[in-house]
Design a protein. Structure first.
Length: 365
């Protein structure tokens, strides 16, 4: 009998110990309540990220930790995103989010104002959505323009003028943004044959490619180059800062340069990540940015409407991007563009795989 009792006691002790909570205690606030937290990976500027994160933390009580996605190849960015337990990814191009979604890295979430976004500016199932958009622009050195008796360019064709040879700079295509947007907008609006014909002529202008936007702008600011291809907000801010710099929007083939946001598939703080995205898309977040001087960061949810951009940029031709093409074929697109030469010519009638017809376009106001 004693043996049976001892056995039962041992069994009871084993069960109790097995049911004990061996997890690490969660952080608590001053009142003993669980402390809410959020881990964010940001591709946006530190200034904008800090402004948004601090305001969200103040309003929600969530402790937000931020790490910044380093510049590099898409594979390097993916490795960085996977190395940490991020709950939310902020900033970055639509191509990057599209490819990350193809690797099942993003969790579907449709924010409160999800359906205000046009379908082409978000994932249909909610794996990612656009936050902000801007356009492609030129920033020009007016002192150099005056010496050559030129107006500031506002079309791609003007960059082919003899006066602009050895005078153009832009960031490396591989980094995405305005320079890669130049390729895809021209290609999608004109068709492959006409785009590569243009590329051959532009390559003959001896373009100088830089590692980032800041380097391209610096070359124009110092007078080393006459014009740089940059995002519109960059061009405007440089014009406001420097009297000899002038911003123009590219009229003949532009692109929606998107900054997106998503919940990560392995998010540990799911509700906090969703709440953060709701805040980012809100009118309150937009008002905060404008109050701090970021009036040229346009919310994507206002895309179909006039929120002041019409007076600034007028009418621009914008293609409806095929992300399955601009994302998956990026390396090949860039390679063909850079290899194009002045003698480029192909008989498109003999190539059934080639699509030379202009795609669906919009006139964005």
């Amino acid at each position: 009998m004693k043996k049976i009792v001892c056995a039962l006691l041992l069994l009871l002790i084993f069960v109790i110990s097995g049911c004990a909570d061996n997890t690490q205690p969660k952080k608590v606030d001053a009142n003993g309540a669980p402390k809410l937290s959020l881990n964010v990976c940001s591709s946006m500027s530190e200034a904008v990220t800090k402004l948004l994160v601090e305001e969200y933390a103040r309003k929600s009580g969530v402790e937000v930790k931020v790490k910044y996605l380093p510049v590099g190849s898409f594979a390097e960015k993916i490795d960085f995103l996977r190395a940490d337990k991020f709950d939310c990814w902020l900033g970055g191009t639509a191509e990057e989010y599209y490819l990350a979604d193809q690797q099942s890295m993003l969790a579907p979430y449709k924010p409160q104002e999800f359906y205000k976004m046009p379908a082409e500016l978000r994932s249909r199932q909610g794996q990612w959505t656009s936050l902000y958009l801007e356009y492609i622009a030129f920033v020009s050195n007016t002192e150099k323009l005056e010496k050559k008796k030129l107006y500031a360019p506002d079309t791609w064709e003007e960059l082919l003028l003899p006066e602009f040879k050895d005078e153009i700079t832009m960031p490396n295509f591989a980094n995405g943004g305005a320079s890669y947007g130049m390729i895809t907008s021209i290609w999608q609006l004109r068709g492959k044959e006409a785009a590569l014909e243009y590329a051959g002529k532009l390559n003959g202008q001896n373009i100088v490619y830089t590692d980032n936007i800041a380097e391209a702008v610096d070359k124009v600011h110092k007078g080393e180059k006459m014009v740089a291809v940059v995002p519109l907000r960059t061009a405007i801010l440089q014009e406001l800062k420097h009297k000899h710099l002038f911003a123009t929007v590219v009229k003949d083939a532009n692109r929606n340069l998107l900054n997106c946001v998503a919940v990560m598939n392995d998010a540990e703080n799911l509700n906090e990540a969703r709440g953060f995205i709701d805040y980012l898309i809100s009118d309150e977040s937009e008002a905060l940015l404008r109050s701090k001087g970021y009036q040229y960061i346009w919310h994507a949810k206002n895309y179909p409407y006039n929120d002041g951009r019409k007076e600034l940029i007028g009418n621009v031709n914008v293609p409806v991007d095929d992300l399955s093409w601009t994302a998956f074929e990026k390396n090949e697109i860039i390679s063909q563009w850079l290899k194009a030469n002045l003698n480029h010519s192909e008989n498109t009638n003999n190539n059934n795989e080639e699509n030379t017809e202009p795609v669906k376009t919009e006139e964005r106001t």
